[in-house]
Design a protein around this ligand. Structure first.
Ligand SMILES: NC(=O)c1ccc[n+]([C@@H]2O[C@H](COP(=O)([O-])OP(=O)(O)OC[C@H]3O[C@@H](n4cnc5c(N)ncnc54)[C@H](OP(=O)(O)O)[C@@H]3O)[C@@H](O)[C@H]2O)c1
Length: 263
């Protein structure tokens, strides 16, 4: 399928590794020009160079901390200055800390609010006016299956990611008249550094090995294996495409069947 995005500019937040990196690579291979950010500049520049070499496209990579309003503002301003427009925005950030209710004080809740929710608000605020002018845009938020089925020991994610869903549903309606769509994707268990860290924490809590924890978690997935970052990237690439023009306000998981609920 020709996704029709070869002349588009795509911003992918938090993309030096893991899911964001896979999305950036996928969109770059479709011909899109790419802007990415992360905090560790060395790792970010390595990823940018890899995308340039394999996809032969223009990649702008700027170090930015998504918990800082002025760094988001600067990232988007520099992207517009460089590419003159933004067509696709993929919001993403590092994951909330694992833990249960009494593990966290107000400071932890507030900093997760900045990372998980306000980063999405701020990215949208900077990017949408430009999409409105050009009357075309695709915005995709990376959330988690925790918005459909809470995950044990991840109370910060379970609580605060739902705010992103409420925001996205409301905002999708506001921006639809401008030809901008907004959808949320929910990765299940996709093998990245973050997932491996969470599995390690789970293994320690249960006093079992990493491999045993991996086996236990995999047994919960009807398709019988962890996902690969490219498999989430395939879904996002479709939602970013011309073909997805009539899909907005949805919340869709890529989880191998992990979520057992109907909706
Ligand atoms: N993998 C899964 O199975 C899964 C499932 C559900 C939800 N998710 C969610 O999807 C998101 C991405 O997960 P992942 O598995 O790709 O994680 P990952 O492998 O740990 O990668 C996280 C990326 O985000 C960047 N990042 C982290 N904090 C940042 C910040 N404050 N500002 C800018 N960039 C930041 C990291 O670079 P720096 O550290 O250099 O900043 C890195 O590039 C997370 O929110 C995670 O909770 C993942």
């Amino acid at each position: 399928m020709n996704l029709g995005i070869s002349d588009k500019v795509a911003v992918i937040a938090a993309a030096s590794r893991g899911l964001g990196r896979a999305v950036a690579l996928r969109l770059a291979h479709e011909g899109a020009k790419i802007a990415i950010c992360a905090r560790d500049n060395a790792e970010l520049q390595k990823t940018a160079q890899e995308i340039r070499q394999t996809a032969k496209t223009d990649v702008l990579a700027l170090a930015a901390d998504l918990t800082q309003a002025h760094e988001i503002k600067n990232f988007i301003a520099q992207t517009i200055a460089h590419f003159k427009k933004i067509d696709i925005l993929v919001t993403n950030a590092g994951g909330p800390l694992p833990g249960k209710f009494f593990d966290f004080d107000d400071t932890a809740w507030e900093s997760t609010f900045q990372l998980t929710f306000l980063s999405v608000v701020r990215l949208c605020r900077e990017v949408i006016p430009q999409m409105q002018q050009q009357e075309w845009g695709r915005i995709i938020h990376i959330a988690s299956t925790s918005v459909k089925q809470p995950i044990d020991n991840l109370i910060l994610s379970n609580a605060l990611r739902l705010a992103v869903i409420g925001l996205a549903k409301s905002l999708a309606h506001e921006i639809a008249p401008y030809g901008i769509t907004m959808n949320t994707v929910c990765p299940g268990m996709i093998r990245t550094q973050r997932l491996e860290q969470l599995l390690q924490v789970g293994a320690q809590m249960q006093q079992i090995s990493f491999d045993e924890a991996l086996q236990q978690r995999t047994a919960q997935i009807p398709l019988g294996r962890l996902g690969r970052p490219e498999e989430l990237a395939d879904l996002i690439a479709f939602l970013a495409s011309e073909n997805a023009r009539y899909i907005t306000g949805t919340v869709i998981q890529a989880d191998g069947g992990l979520v057992k609920g109907v909706f």
